[in-house]
Design a protein around this ligand. Structure first.
Ligand SMILES: [Zn+2]
Length: 79
């Protein structure tokens, strides 16, 4: 058996516990990061004033062109 002095023994125990806490914190950080829902890109809802077609646009623009008739419309709701 290797003789270990008391201060070295304390240092070893301290380092082992710190390493355990470090590994656990990394484990929980990775787990929390994986559980976070990926943030959805905000989409804006447009309703065409001439044909009534409802469509979405992910760009943050004040007006978007209707896919069916080509008229420009303001957004009515944004998520
Ligand atoms: Zn339209």
């Amino acid at each position: 058996m290797i003789p270990i002095s008391l201060p070295v023994w304390f240092l070893l125990v301290l380092l082992v516990h710190l390493a355990g806490i470090f590994v656990l914190s990394i484990y929980y950080a990775v787990r929390r990061f994986r559980r976070l829902p990926h943030r959805r890109e905000a989409s804006f809802v447009f309703r065409c004033s001439s044909c009534g077609h409802v469509y979405f646009d992910r760009r943050n623009v004040p007006m978007a062109e209707c896919e069916k008739c080509g008229a420009m419309n303001e957004n009515i709701k944004s998520f």
